[in-house]
Design a binder for this molecule. Sequence first.
Ligand SMILES: Nc1ncnc2c1ncn2[C@@H]1O[C@H](COP(=O)(O)OP(=O)(O)OP(=O)(O)O)[C@@H](O)[C@H]1O
Ligand SMILES: [Mg+2]
Length: 468
Amino acid sequence: MAKRGSILVVDDEEIMRDVLETLLSAEGYRVELAKTGEEGLECYGRRAFDVVLMDVSMPGMGGLRALEEILKVDAEAVVIVITAYATFDTAIGAWERGAFGCVRKPFQNEQILATVAAGIKRRRKDEERHNLRRAMSRSVERGSIIGHSERMQSVFQLVDQVAPARSTVLITGESGTGKELIAKAIHEQSTRAGRPFVTVNSSNIPSELLESELFGHTRGAFTGAVAAKKGLFEVADGGSLFLDEIGDIPPETQARLLRVLQEREFTPLGDTTPRKVDVRIVAATNVDLKEAVRQGSFREDLYYRLAVVPIELPPLRERREDILPLAQHFIRKYDEENSRDISDQLSPEVLALLEQYTWPGNVRELENVMERAVVIAPGDEVTRQCLPAEIADPSKAMSAAPLSGAGVALDVSHGINFYDEVRRFEIDLIRRALDQTGGHQSRAARLLGMNPTTLNSKIKTYNIQLRQ
Ligand SMILES: Nc1ncnc2c1ncn2[C@@H]1O[C@H](COP(=O)(O)OP(=O)(O)OP(=O)(O)O)[C@@H](O)[C@H]1O
Ligand SMILES: [Mg+2]
């Protein structure tokens, strides 16, 4: 008869082990035996079984402890407890500890076989669910990019289609919709994956520096050019160049960029011989480039060169079905990062609040909200109190004065909102650091002991105005 599953029998009595082994093997199960709870645990640690038959009273660890330990190793382990003292209490105790079933000694063979069969069935269902989840998450999660909504599914499809080609891609979308994430995904899925992915953030670099960053310069090309420097186009050769915030590049640089895109070659500042490069350009912007073209601040010819393949990322409020999976993803991420133990299950109340909110800062804002919620949650779940006021109390937020950093009176009428406390504190610290460093972001980041990218993202999230 075909083997139908694997069973671990844990019993200190030899006669019981024999009886069970004979009975179960005859049914076609593959049986392994253990004499103590400790031994059983060791067996299970080596490999999972479909079902465990566990005697309750054994010297040493005892069946109920062993049951608990096995469930720590495999939360979905199917353990059937066998006890000679089948009082109501023992059964409840076993059940409370997570046992799948409880069989009283002496037992009928049919009883054991039926319970085991039910256990195997449940195990198979769990497996199916896992396989399904794995298959699903392959299609909705690209690495850590989450998108269950139809609109994100079409974005993923487009990414699949364009990744292998060299065509220039223009990603548009509001701030925080995941443009950079998608740009990286395009690179990762291309044949260029092993080559560099170089990011140029046009808004972070002063215009005079931008060109020398992009194209490089020779020694002595301008005052201060004490050594030759490779441009990012050259650094990215064979790979991808991500031109972030492309809407911000000044007109002169637009003209030079256009030439590079047309001719696939560039000339470093101070040099005369052009250099050939093989670079895939992915550009991103959160401004309406077509509008910028109409207004004359962005070259039309450059726009068409860039927008060979346009990818538009929808704002989060237009794909609300992504809110829950994203929120859960961020809870898991920050739970692990902060060694907390916060459940990724959201109460209907919290979920409704998250789904109602308009998310002007899109996924970045949701990520920040969930990160703080995980850090400040007093218990093991995210509650309404862990959410910022405008989300936790939508009706109040409408009339509430906008947060202005330090010095805002606390609204204690419905308890302290942890989130806002943390946020005020953080905004205040960032402002002070920026003041102290004269608005120099990377110095401020150092002062705060923060990664410059993190600081930049917080400045965006909190909409902290920078001095020009
Ligand atoms: N679909 C997604 N799945 C998981 N994380 C996401 C997703 N979209 C965005 N994020 C996360 O949100 C944050 C913001 O994303 P990203 O930096 O790519 O946005 P952006 O569109 O480039 O924003 P900006 O225009 O402000 O630069 C990042 O931490 C990113 O990892
Ligand atoms: Mg970005």
